[in-house]
Design a protein around this ligand. Structure first.
Ligand code: ATP
Ligand code: MG
Length: 722
């Protein structure tokens, strides 16, 4: 079917054709036939790269040009949200019925915002968490949503991300407003059941636009599932690397999935020496530029030096320990073909479009922290990783190869993974933590709710469809009892209501238990005016919302003892050799080091925390400091609230309190602020009254920035006078 034959306006057809689409894929045709453009709810479960995004775009374009309703697109991960936001921004060329251009926006953070300000947009790209937090504030535009798109909906089965997504969908399903639902999923074995829950028609198809050959590599040869065999000409004893280089030799790009970060880095390091030989004429100088950019983009650490070194050889590694800025640089350079080989951990997999002709899965095992050992990955994860190979517009074919350690394993891999079916999606909502969090969320976000309605809500979850009714009800009862017993909700006859505290906890978007841990601790010290920063940090890292939680390693002993010696009187709970250190004590050391201006490199060298984990911890800690400050204000602890307000900014910037006046200036982070401070510029007014040339001589400042911050300072001084 051609795009030109679709029942869409000429404007939409022009847009789609300008984006390079002319003929529909069979998967897309099937969606149209199932009623995509007539408002039907659909669950599309089709292979990777089969064009699900265009299906979403067609439905969105129709709605935006033919109605006054809004479109919400929900992604499980920020990186994917950004990729789709860029893609969907093309729809800004379309016009709404009133003649004005479509507006597209993205929002992924700031969970305590009413979200009213997003109402100007017609298409909103949000993460599932962001939408869940917005639903608790109930912005008025939510009633005008006519189409919800859930991407990667198979993540309902993901332990971490599943519960929020399930509650978000349940909310929409039981909300009563009539909106079209479009759920996009990888191939799943229980699509029918999922579709029934979604009240959607199921469209499943095993079709891929670019053929994907799958095989197992063992002992210098690749055995393909279609019975072809490939002899490898190189053999360095490192099969994953040999396989990747073999494809680069013939002009493709390769992606290796390694089981751990360490393995990813070591494979990248060794490969860069070999890949260098295959670089094009001007690749060398472009890669050197890119390496420089990596070093300039954030604080220099051992990780960034390693990354820059690999990049000069046309190779990069990609894992959660990398700073976000570095991850973006690497993804972009791989997409542009400059980086030939990317070695990643499995976190890269979901939904992203990458030009890898060959994907190599170095090992089918992956370290699982909750089991404390390596375990085989799921068939679903395997298919997702393979699916990064052979993406339309990049390659004519793709290859996904998995490395076997023995002949026995080779046969097992062929059966279980290559020929195997992905696991069915199972609800993950049952955990006590998700139950109490979401029960409070549901109660606090409705003006009035009866117990019966609350039960009905939880009986509409996927959990209720997959498990016995009493299993769901007993969990709900436990959650209600917990929330009532802790003063977060009140039961009056048949009605349940959030208390002011409960409502605030819900809008702050934290686990109720996090709030209770904090409030319980405060009771002990009351509204102290003492500087209890270490104790506040201890509370932040110990609550359930804080992650990643990092425990002490053997070699951190000395560092830990020195900390305890100095600060134990300020901690809320004892930490020492006798009573034991909490499971997040290294996180506490790290945050304390961070707000005392340790460099990122020192934090890495001494505490073994990589920049990506540091930044993620800082982000979560800042949010918790904010939430705690809000709770302290609510219960009337003014001094503690003030300490937390200050702590929040210190966590955000990573500095001591004395630098806070200086970091208000644009272009001044903690390093430059410290340099200014050392040079005697300690206040805004001292900068306003300095000369540009004097300021410019301060290390890391320079004339241009000097002149800029001086004008900023002058403006601030005059606004303070005014
Ligand atoms: N009808 C079409 N004609 C040409 N190219 C298309 C068509 N539909 C989609 N594509 C291209 O196919 C590629 C993959 O599409 P998309 O990202 O939507 O895959 P997907 O089904 O969402 O896969 P995944 O499950 O991995 O997220 C994109 O580059 C897209 O532009
Ligand atoms: Mg997709």
């Amino acid at each position: 079917m051609r795009i030109s034959e679709l029942p869409l306006s000429d404007e939409v057809k022009d847009l789609l054709s300008s984006l390079g689409y002319s003929e529909l894929y069979p998967t897309q045709e099937a969606a149209i036939e199932a009623g995509l453009l007539d408002g039907a709810n659909l669950l599309l479960s089709t292979p990777t790269a089969s064009g699900k995004t265009l299906i979403a775009m067609m439905a969105a374009s129709r709605l935006l040009t033919e109605s006054e309703e809004k479109v919400v697109y929900l992604a499980p991960l920020r990186a994917l949200a950004f990729e789709k936001y860029e893609e969907f921004s093309a729809m800004e060329r379309l016009r709404r019925a009133n003649g004005r251009n479509v507006r597209v926006t993205i929002s992924t953070g700031d969970y305590d915002s009413s979200g009213e300000e997003l109402g100007y947009a017609d298409l909103l790209v949000l993460t599932n968490e962001k939408f869940d937090s917005l639903a608790r504030h109930r912005p008025s535009w939510m009633r005008k949503v006519g189409l919800y798109i859930f991407d990667e909906v198979h993540l309902l089965g993901d332990e971490d991300r599943g519960p929020t997504l399930e509650v978000v969908i349940t909310r929409i399903l039981s909300g009563g407003e009539r909106a079209q639902l479009l759920a996009l999923s990888a191939t799943v074995s229980n699509a029918g059941q999922l579709a029934r829950w979604l009240k959607a028609k199921s469209v499943s198809m095993n079709w891929r636009p670019v053929p994907l050959k799958q095989g197992v590599a063992y002992d210098g040869r690749v055995f393909f599932s279609d019975s072809g065999v490939l002899e490898l000409s190189v053999s360095s004893g490192r099969p994953a690397m040999d396989l990747a280089i073999d494809s680069i030799r013939s002009g493709g790009q390769s992606l290796i999935f390694a089981e751990t970060r360490k393995r990813a880095v070591s494979i990248a390091k060794i490969s860069s020496k070999y890949v260098q030989k295959f670089l094009g004429f001007d690749d060398g100088s472009r890669l050197r530029q890119l390496a420089k950019k990596v070093m300039a983009e954030s604080e220099a650490t051992e990780v960034s030096r390693l990354l820059a070194g690999c990049i000069e050889g046309g190779v990069a590694f990609h894992h959660a320990g990398l700073a976000t800025a570095h991850r973006r640089i690497v993804e972009k350079a791989f997409r542009e073909g400059l980086i030939k080989l990317l070695v990643a951990t499995p976190t890269l997999a979901a939904g992203i479009n990458l030009p890898a002709r060959r994907v190599v899965i170095a090992s089918i095992y992956r370290y699982d922290a909750s089991f404390g050992e390596s375990r085989p990955i799921s068939v679903m994860d395997y298919k997702q990783m393979c699916g990064r190979a052979g993406r339309p517009r990049f390659d004519e074919y793709g290859e996904a190869l998995v490395v076997a350690q023995s002949e026995e394993e080779m046969n097992a891999l062929m059966e279980a993974y290559i020929r195997g079916e992905p696991e069915p999606i199972r609800s993950q909502l049952a955990s006590p933590s998700s139950f109490r969090t979401h029960t409070l969320g549901v109660i606090a976000s409705s003006p009035s709710l009866t117990l019966k309605q609350l039960k009905k809500f939880f009986l509409s979850t996927l959990l209720a469809q997959q498990f016995k009714e009493y299993a769901v009800m007993s969990r709900l009862e436990a959650a209600v009892k917990y929330l009532e017993g802790n003063g977060l909700i009140r039961l009056q006859q048949e009605e349940v209501r959030g208390t002011p505290l409960g409502k605030r906890v819900a809008t702050l978007y934290i686990d109720p238990e996090s709030a209770l841990v904090f409030l319980r601790a405060l009771k002990e010290r009351r509204d102290t005016a003492e500087d209890i920063t270490p104790g506040l940090l201890q509370l932040i890292v110990m609550v359930p919302d804080f992650e990643p939680k990092m425990a002490l390693r053997g070699r951190d002993r000395a560092e830990a003892e020195a900390f305890v010696e100095q600060y134990s009187h300020l901690l809320f709970y004892p930490e020492d050799l006798e009573s034991g250190f909490s499971d997040s004590f290294r996180s506490l050391l790290m945050l304390h080091a961070w707000i005392n201006e340790w460099s990122e490199d020192r934090i890495l060298q001494v505490l073994g925390v990589e920049p990506g984990d540091l930044h993620r911890s800082v982000e979560v800690a800042e949010w918790l400091a904010y939430a705690f400050a809000e709770l302290a204000k609510l219960v009337g602890y003014k001094n503690v609230a003030k300490s937390l307000d200050l702590l929040q900014v210190r966590i955000d910037v990573g500095c001591r309190a004395e630098l806070l006046p200086l970091v208000q200036l644009r272009g001044i982070g903690r390093v430059r602020a410290r340099n200014l401070y050392q040079a005697g510029y300690r206040t805004i007014s001292s900068i306003a009254s300095a000369s540009v040339s004097d300021l410019g001589r301060v290390p890391s400042i320079g004339e241009a920035l000097a002149s800029d911050i001086r004008s900023q300072a002058l403006a601030l001084v005059s606004s303070m006078k005014g």
